[in-house]
Write a protein that binds this ligand. Structure first.
Ligand code: SF4
Ligand code: SF4
Length: 203
């Protein structure tokens, strides 16, 4: 359970002072919040996985979202399973920064991954969270490398979608492709296991 909301998601350098924090009833002193926000900023700048299609393939549009304005800024939507969603990888995620930080969708404002929540709650240090992020990034890079070796270069699609496509028949029957698919399956399993345990919220 969070003790304070930490503002995250990679504001571009020019907007780094913009995030505001609404202290929760039992939140730490303002200077503690500032330190947490600094931590979140560094962690998110090193990560980006909730924006780049690694953690999510989309996020639900909320009634508070200024949809027309967001579409005008290049954000894309799609209806999936009866729900209108912002697509990921997010077009606003550029150079590991959110280029529409002040106007980002509601879900982006509300989301903190497990690493941010744990830092916020004082359960782990920023350095420990950074180690997890580093490992998760290595695992997602490994998946991308294998996808590229299997001929999939669709960087604009969510990672899980790309993997599913590689396993959709007709499959390349060569022994080399078969070996690569086995390695990809294992790499994706290792990545998803870590995302579920260390990044996705429990509910
Ligand atoms: S997954 Fe967590 S650390 Fe990574 S960018 Fe998203 S909120 Fe930040
Ligand atoms: S708008 Fe895009 S880049 Fe910005 S926080 Fe949301 S998902 Fe990330």
């Amino acid at each position: 359970m969070k003790t304070t909301k930490i503002t995250s998601k990679i504001a571009p350098p020019s907007a780094s002072a913009a995030p505001s924090v609404t202290p929760a009833p039992h939140s730490p002193a303002p200077e503690a919040n500032e330190l947490l926000n600094d931590s979140a900023e560094r962690l998110c700048a090193a990560c980006g996985m909730c924006c780049n299609g690694v953690l999510f393939h989309g996020m639900a549009v909320q009634p508070e979202d200024q949809l027309r304005a967001l579409l005008a800024k290049g954000i894309k939507t799609r209806r999936r399973d009866g729900e209108l969603q912002f697509l990921q990888p997010c077009p606003a995620h550029v150079g590991n920064c959110c280029r529409i930080y002040k106007d980002r969708p509601q879900r982006c404002r509300a989301f903190d991954c497990r690493q941010l929540l744990a830092v916020s709650a004082g359960e782990i240090t920023e350095a420990q969270a950074m180690i997890k992020i580093d490992e998760a990034r290595k695992r997602s890079d490994r998946v991308r490398d294998l996808l590229a070796l299997l001929g999939d270069e669709r960087a604009h699609r969510p990672l899980a979608t790309r993997c599913a496509r590689v396993f959709t028949p007709p499959l390349d029957p060569s022994p080399q492709a078969e070996t690569l698919r086995e390695e990809l399956q294992e790499a994706m399993r290792a990545l998803q296991e870590m995302l579920a345990k260390d990044f996705r919220p429990s509910n």
